[in-house]
Design a protein around this ligand. Sequence first.
Ligand SMILES: [Zn+2]
Length: 84
Amino acid sequence: MQKKCPGSSTVLRPKLELRKCPQCGEEVEIFSDEMKVECENCGFVIYNDIQLCIQWCPYAKECIGEEKYMKLRREIIEAEKKNR
Ligand SMILES: [Zn+2]
């Protein structure tokens, strides 16, 4: 039986999604493993509101690798500070 983290797919196989910039209405592409993206049109920073597996999965660190895990955690903390 293969042990696989149920949440890892959003990070290991990023999906491209379209968001609308709240400031200028321009469509902005964001990958599901990115926490934030800057609008090409006006520079507004859009935060990804999807729940990344690393926010709830206890195996995420081993699953996606420590380097990526640490990077994403930092970005999440940064994003949370700005949303407050
Ligand atoms: Zn914009």
